[in-house]
Design a protein around this ligand. Structure first.
Ligand code: DGY
Length: 340
């Protein structure tokens, strides 16, 4: 029995993941896994210690998967499965890299699984909620009601901006951008526009969106939703140059990654009235320290990275991450494998 156990591939799971994924790993009988059984991230030193000699790693977005970690893990590592659709925490170059070790060429060739699609609905829903909360000033309004600011009904008090007849811009049109547009359409949006590295005709046709330049996106959008991946190309793309071209009434919504935004520039844009408001589900860093200036702005709504946080979706992500891992270790195609 012991010999059979030790022959099973060794896996490290870097966090207490939702039950569906853990059940799949347990019932598979295919792996022996150790779990960082906590709601908080595993300390880096512990992580480096635990991945040594592993065949597979199942991680979440707080773990930096870089050269150091891969070197420590060693040549057994075949599969990395992240419980996220975002993969900016993985250094893909390192995962596929060839190394020269003891005069031998050694290709890491680590396969990567991620969790697209299963979270699209939850993220789109939250994005719409955040957009409306920001444009109709809901957080400010509940605060006023609770703290005595509600004197009487006033004609211009807490006025915001409405979706009806508006132009909605999407920066980075993928599954999530489409899902957001589909949900916003019944609010009588006049026009959808988007930009990306190149036109996404098939997706754009689903929502009747027009391809424009980044400049035009900034100039025309009444609402701008950021739905791109964080890459070297999109890092800091939402900066003064972009904000300064936007409309005064514009609402900026980010549910992708904090790194796409230059937060100093956003602070300037919000505090000087260059744009009307911002709703952020993602920031740099995370958590955003409570003393951060963005919290002082009434026109900035900040959420603690909860876009995919529904019971159904987090379990689906957990299950998919587990199934990706197991398929990868069997040498089969993963349900959702990242093309490296
Ligand atoms: C992701 O999956 O990348 C989100 O940021 C967390 O669900």
């Amino acid at each position: 029995h012991h010999r059979a156990m030790s022959a099973l591939p060794k896996v490290y799971v870097t966090r207490r993941i939702p039950p569906d994924g853990l059940d799949i790993l347990r019932k598979s009988g295919q792996v022996q896994f150790e779990l960082w059984d906590s709601d908080d991230p595993v300390p880096r030193v512990e992580l480096l210690n635990k991945v040594k000699g592993c065949d597979g790693i199942l991680c979440v977005l707080t773990e930096k998967i870089d050269a150091q970690l891969l070197d420590v893990a060693g040549p057994n590592l075949k599969v990395l499965s992240t419980m996220s659709v975002g993969y900016d925490h993985l250094s893909l170059e390192e995962l596929k890299k060839s190394l020269l070790i003891w005069a031998c060429i050694f290709c890491r060739g680590i396969r990567v699984g991620y969790t697209p699609e299963v979270l699209t609905d939850a993220v789109a829903e939250l994005t719409v909620a955040l957009l409306l909360a920001t444009s109709r000033r809901l957080i400010e309004a509940t605060h006023e009601a609770k703290t005595g600011g509600w004197g009487t009904w006033r004609t211009m008090w807490l006025c915001g901006h409405e979706l009806a007849n508006s132009t909605v811009g999407i920066l980075g049109l993928g599954r999530i951008g489409v899902a957001i547009a589909e949900r916003l359409k019944p609010f009588k949006v006049k026009k959808f526009i988007y930009t990306d590295v190149e036109p996404r005709t098939e997706l754009a046709n689903m929502i009747n969106a027009e391809y424009v330049s980044l400049d035009e996106l900034a100039k025309q959008s009444d609402f701008l939703a950021i739905c791109c991946a964080l890459t070297p190309e999109t890092h800091g793309i939402c900066n003064w140059n972009l904000f300064s071209k936007m409309k005064k009434n514009a609402i900026f919504i980010n549910t992708s990654r904090g790194g796409v935004v230059n937060q100093e520039d956003l602070y300037e844009a919000l505090s000087t009235g260059l744009i009307a408001g911002a709703g952020l589900d993602v920031t740099t860093p995370e958590p955003l320290p409570t003393h951060h200036p963005l919290y002082t702005l009434k026109n900035c709504v900040i959420l603690p990275h909860i876009a995919s946080a529904s019971y159904t979706t987090r379990n689906a992500m957990s299950a998919l991450a587990a199934n990706n891992l197991l398929a990868g270790l069997r040498g089969e195609a993963m349900p959702k494998e990242l093309k490296l």
